[in-house]
Design a protein around this ligand. Structure first.
Ligand code: ATP
Ligand code: MG
Length: 226
């Protein structure tokens, strides 16, 4: 797909709604796009046993969100490191912002570069579908690649397609923790939605599987940026 304008896209969606899967597919279809997934970022810090990782692991284990200020600083510095704080770069944020405070902080740091978020897409997937899906989710931790044993199984069982390394189930994907994450998401959704609706950059795509949602998402992106 040929895209002419800089894309500064946020994917909003419940845990397990397919943000990771749709992000990978978008990156394949839109060459100039790169992504930051805050979940992957934090899990890699945990794997590295860094200081950020040690703060993050306590929250993630319980399914709780990290403090807004901590996340806002983390993402700003990541955007800076990647030299995306300008109005030419195209990027996708998966998993950030997810509270109104994070959205406000992000807005402040992007505004000074005339690079505000120009599209927010909510992935609207029924919670009962998500709950059913989650027990089938396996991930390749280093890359963040996501597989579903039912919908998108790896070529070799429990091995990553690209590296052949083993897949794991996320420790926070157990039913109890997942419920906390899902409830937390719906609590934050309305104010976030309103924030971006007022800015005129909000859109929704719905569907029960990523195969159904992806073409709709691609169309929204195409319409807006080509
Ligand atoms: P999924 O990856 O299934 O879409 P998710 O959105 O719940 O689900 P991640 O984005 O991978 O999961 O995040 C995992 C955990 O990392 C969260 O439960 C939270 O503890 C922490 N986290 C990630 N992003 C943020 C954020 N923007 N603010 C606060 N905490 C975050
Ligand atoms: Mg994710």
């Amino acid at each position: 797909m040929t895209v002419l304008k800089p894309i500064r896209l946020v994917l909003l969606g419940a845990p397990g709604s397919g943000k990771g899967t749709l992000t990978s597919r978008l990156l394949k279809n839109v060459p100039q796009l790169s992504a930051i997934s805050t979940g992957d970022l934090l899990r890699n810090e945990i794997a590295k046993k860094s200081e950020i990782g040690s703060v993050a692991s306590g929250y993630i284990k319980k399914g709780q969100l990290l403090p807004d200020k901590f996340m806002a600083e983390l993402v700003s510095s990541e955007l800076g490191n990647r030299q995306w704080l300008n109005n030419k770069a195209s990027f996708l944020l998966d998993g950030f912002p997810r509270t109104i405070n994070q959205a406000t902080e992000l807005d402040k740091s992007l505004q000074t570069h005339d690079a505000n978020i120009n599209l927010v897409v909510e992935l609207n997937v029924p919670p009962e579908v998500i709950l059913q899906r989650i027990s089938n989710r396996w991930v390749h931790q280093p890359s963040g690649r996501v597989y579903n044993l039912q919908y998108s199984p790896p070529k070799v069982p429990f091995k990553d397609d690209v590296t052949g390394e083993p897949l794991i189930q996320r420790p926070d994907d157990n039913p109890e923790t997942f419920k906390v994450r899902l409830d937390g998401y719906f609590k934050q959704l309305e104010p976030l939605k309103e924030f971006y609706q007022k800015k005129g950059v909000f859109d929704v795509v719905s569907g029960e599987t990523s195969d159904i949602v992806f073409p709709k998402l691609l169309e929204v992106v195409e319409k807006k940026f080509s």
